[in-house]
Design a protein around this ligand. Structure first.
Ligand code: PGA
Length: 257
């Protein structure tokens, strides 16, 4: 296995989706804190539901756990019933925002253009966007993975400056691997990650493209994280199901590679 020599700081992020009440979220962060206390080798991020952002941010204080929103709206305020702005989640204690997750794209009709507006709003509010890209199973099976990822990358990050990209994280999440227990193999993920880094190189300097963190997401578990993290362009993980238990998320945070 090749060792990680990139110099990019790993990021392990938990996407709790629509799971956990405020009380349960606070409890989960409380349980996680001692388990990751000594974990200085990576950034640790959890994304509870909106209702629990403030309380979990308070609970996480004094630890290295950062809080992410799972979504936001690009306008800063106004008559947008049901939406939450980047400034609002930042004030609630978030430092990151997961944007363009495949569930947002497929269940809520979010387009890459929407995602690009959200990325811009997040950066303006000093949040680090975690921008999700990923192909459907039918797209992979018809050999269209690179075309789909290329389009999503260009459209979701349209117009970003060099400085903006250097504050952005990408998450490659093949849709067929999300919540299915069928993770991409480390080789499959590595191929797409290298392809994404190549896309960044088409538009940005080698330095910026070389420093871009690219996380893998889709059925990451304690027993497959080491092999994934052993690949040179896999810089971290975006974890759904296995982030809902402190022990399994901590085991992923404490990967060996
Ligand atoms: P999973 O979800 O780890 O449950 O597959 C990943 C995600 O949707 O971010």
């Amino acid at each position: 296995m090749e060792s990680r020599t990139s110099g990019r700081r790993p990021v392990i992020a938990g996407n709790w989706k629509m799971h956990r009440t405020v009380r349960e979220s606070v409890e989960l962060v409380r349980q996680l804190k001692p388990l990751v206390e000594g974990s200085r080798h990576c950034d640790i991020v959890v994304a509870p539901p909106f209702t629990a952002l403030w309380a979990t941010a308070q609970t996480a204080q004094g630890s290295s756990i950062a809080i992410a929103a799972q979504n936001l709206y690009w306008e800063s305020q106004g008559a947008y019933t049901g939406e939450v702005s980047a400034g609002m989640v930042a004030e609630a204690g978030c430092r990151f925002a997961i944007l363009g997750h495949s569930e947002r794209r497929s269940l809520f009709g979010e387009t890459s253009l929407d995602v690009s507006r959200k990325v811009e709003a997040a950066l303006k509010a000093d949040l680090t966007p975690i921008v999700c890209l990923g192909e459907q199973l039918s797209e992979r099976e018809s050999g269209r993975t690179e075309e789909v990822i290329g389009t999503q990358f260009r459209q979701s990050l349209v117009g970003l400056t060099e400085g903006a990209l250097s504050r952005t994280i990408i998450a490659y999440e093949p849709v067929w691997a999300i919540g299915t227990g069928r993770a991409a193999t480390p080789e499959m993920a590595q191929d797409v990650h290298a392809f994404i880094r190549g896309l960044a190189l088409e538009v940005f300097s080698p330095k910026t493209a070389g420093q871009l963190p690219i996380l893998y997401g889709g059925s990451v578990k304690p027993d497959n994280v080491d092999a994934l993290m052993g690949r040179p362009d896999i810089d971290g993980a975006l974890v759904g199901g296995a982030s809902l238990k402190a022990e399994s998320f901590a085991a992923i945070v404490n990967f060996q590679a």
